[in-house]
Design a protein around this ligand. Structure first.
Ligand SMILES: [Zn+2]
Length: 67
């Protein structure tokens, strides 16, 4: 899926790895559901705009998240 920079409408570079200093796991996004074993988590990826440097975080597993 192409991601377009919301600042300058340039096509962004996907699949950049997110890492946080001192934490090799990076940032993860999780959603708690009802029930103990139904929580879901996803590793965060980033896309970078090569034109203006805007960074957008996203996950691939978004379809598993529910409202
Ligand atoms: Zn941009």
């Amino acid at each position: 899926m192409k991601r377009i920079c919301n600042q300058c409408q340039t096509e962004m570079i996907n699949d950049c790895k997110v890492s946080v200093e001192y934490d090799v796991n990076g940032i993860s996004i999780s959603q708690k559901r009802k029930g103990l074993f139904n929580s879901i988590s996803a590793k965060t990826k980033a896309s970078v705009c090569p034109n203006c440097g805007n960074v957008a975080l996203y996950i691939d597993e978004y379809t598993k998240f529910i409202k």
